[in-house]
Every structure is written in structure tokens, then in C-alpha cells.
Design a binder for this molecule. Structure first.
Ligand code: HEC
Ligand code: HEC
Length: 228
């Protein structure tokens, strides 16, 4: 009995130390975010802007719900070596130049973060603490779904690919590419966002759909399965 109590005591102590370490890494991450001025481009605190004029001025995506949106491992990689996610920039109308024959996309830059591995890990830990409190977790619990049904819904019925790229050379360019969404996005966030995009961004141009819960789950699983 005494030995058991000792073991439990030791375990509690280890847990206490580990929680302490992980929250101090998150604190270091916050210091890096401040030092690198991530907030000069990204909104690090809610709420989101509420007018179209403000959306049109947006330079880069909001990060104040990053901990609900992203997968931590993806953040660690991205922050060391950012790639382009929105082929026509954060607000595409600001990057379209009307050409004589066809319109051109101009002046699109990736995120300016270029962190070391240690910095990226600490910043990712910190970003993971920025949660949307109303988001339900544990909604998308498995990866089983009918790909054929999902494709019909995504492509034919709802035409989601009109705005989103689903392969490197297939789909629209006016918003984030989805072909690597599985590595990037938390499936529960995908569900919460597509159900009501305006909850996260009141004046965003992604239309709100009136679909059954089953269809939202199907779309979320389909998007979460894109890992190209
Ligand atoms: C000069 C402006 C600028 C600065 C400074 C900057 N970023 Fe970015 N960041 C961007 C832009 C623009 C994008 C959108 C890239 C895309 O979609 O292709 C972006 C994208 C991101 C994304 C992905 C967001 C999403 O919704 O897809 C994350 C995460 C991110 N930045 C984190 C950071 C962090 C952390 C820092 C500070 C270390 C930082 N950024 C500094 C401009 C900036
Ligand atoms: C009219 C264009 C448009 C259509 C059609 C559209 N979306 Fe979007 N979508 C957007 C915009 C704009 C955003 C947010 C842009 C941003 O974060 O920069 C977005 C964001 C998303 C995101 C989050 C991606 C990310 O990385 O931030 C998902 C997931 C998504 N849409 C799924 C869908 C699905 C599923 C459909 C079809 C039911 C759909 N979209 C139809 C414009 C569109």
C-alpha cells in the first residue's frame, strides 16, 4: 500500500513537472510571436473584423483560433518553411490584375515567418492554446465514409471546387487550397467552419450552406482525407 502511494505520488509529481514544462514552452512561443511581430500581419486576438471594407484590407489570415483550426505538427513544419496556401493571396481581389488576354495573379507572397526548429515548436505550442471556445470536439471520430458520395456532394452538388483547389491544377484559386487539408486542419474545426463560416469570419465570401448534419460530416471527412 505504501509503495503504491509512493508510485502514485511520483507519477503526480512527474505530471506536474511535464505540465509545467509544456506551459513554459508555450510562454516561450508567445515571446517569439511578440519578438517576430507576427501580430503586425495577423490578427492574434478576436473578434474577427465585421465589415467588408475591413475584410478587403486584410493582409493575412486571422490566427486567434489557430489552436482549434490547425494540427500542431503541420504548424511546426510550416513555420520553418512557409508555402503558399492561398494561390491568389489572402484576399484575391487585391491580387488580380486585368490583362489584355486573361487576368493575372500578382504579388502573392508566402507567410513571412522563417523560424528555427526550436522556435517553430514553441510557437506552435503557443498557437495551439488559442482556441475557439464554442467549437465542439470529438465530432469527427473516424475516417470511414463513401468517397463516391462525398465527391458528388463536393463537386457536383455544392461546387466547392469552384473556389478551392482540390489538386495542384484543379479547382478555383480565390481561397485556400484543400488538397493538403488533411495534414493541415483539425477535422472537428473543418466541420465547425463549413457549417457556419460566418461564425469565424462574419463577412467572408464562403457561402453558408443549408445541408444535413450527415452531409456536413461527409464533407468534413472528405476534406480531412485530402493529403496530397
Ligand atoms: C509580412 C506579413 C506576415 C508576417 C510578419 C507573418 N505572417 Fe504568417 N502569413 C502571412 C500571409 C500573407 C499568410 C497567408 C499565406 C497563404 O495563404 O498562402 C500567412 C499564413 C500564416 C499561417 C497559416 C494561416 C492559415 O490560415 O492558413 C500561419 C499559421 C502563420 N502565417 C503564422 C505566422 C507566425 C507565427 C508569424 C510570426 C512568427 C507570422 N505568421 C508572421 C503573412 C505574415
Ligand atoms: C465563393 C467561394 C467559395 C465556395 C464556393 C466555397 N468556399 Fe470554402 N472558403 C472560401 C473562403 C473565402 C474561405 C476562407 C478563406 C481564408 O481563410 O482565407 C473558405 C474556407 C474554407 C475552409 C477552410 C480552409 C482553410 O484552410 O482555412 C474549408 C474547409 C472550406 N472552405 C470548405 C468548403 C466546402 C466544403 C465548400 C462547398 C460546400 C466550400 N468551401 C465552398 C470560399 C468558398
Amino acid at each position: 500500500m505504501k509503495a503504491l502511494k509512493l508510485v502514485i505520488g511520483l507519477l503526480m509529481f512527474a505530471l506536474f513537472i511535464l505540465t509545467g514544462i509544456s506551459s513554459s514552452i508555450a510562454a516561450d512561443g508567445k515571446a517569439v510571436v511578440d519578438a517576430k511581430k507576427c501580430g503586425s500581419c495577423h490578427k492574434m486576438q478576436g473578434p474577427a473584423v465585421k465589415t467588408i471594407a475591413e475584410v478587403l484590407k486584410r493582409q493575412s489570415p486571422d490566427l486567434f483560433y489557430a489552436g482549434s483550426k490547425f494540427k500542431e505538427a503541420w504548424l511546426v513544419g510550416f513555420l520553418q518553411n512557409p508555402t503558399i496556401i492561398r494561390p491568389a493571396g489572402t484576399v484575391y481581389v487585391n491580387h488580380i490584375k486585368t490583362g489584355e488576354k486573361k487576368d493575372e495573379i500578382v504579388d502573392v507572397k508566402p507567410c513571412a515567418a522563417k523560424l528555427s526548429k526550436d522556435e517553430a515548436e514553441a510557437v506552435a505550442k503557443y498557437l495551439m492554446t488559442l482556441k475557439e471556445p464554442s467549437m465542439k470536439t470529438g465530432v469527427i471520430v473516424d475516417e470511414n465514409f463513401s468517397k463516391a458520395k462525398a465527391k458528388i456532394l463536393f463537386t457536383q452538388k455544392e461546387a466547392c471546387h469552384g473556389c478551392h483547389r482540390i489538386k495542384a491544377d484543379e479547382g478555383g484559386v480565390s481561397c485556400p487550397t484543400l488538397y493538403n487539408a488533411g495534414a493541415r486542419l483539425n477535422p472537428d474545426w473543418i466541420y465547425d467552419f463549413i457549417k457556419d463560416p460566418m461564425k469565424y469570419d462574419p463577412k467572408i465570401w464562403m457561402p453558408k450552406r443549408d445541408l444535413s448534419d450527415e452531409d456536413f460530416i461527409l464533407l468534413s471527412k472528405f476534406i480531412a482525407s485530402m493529403k496530397e
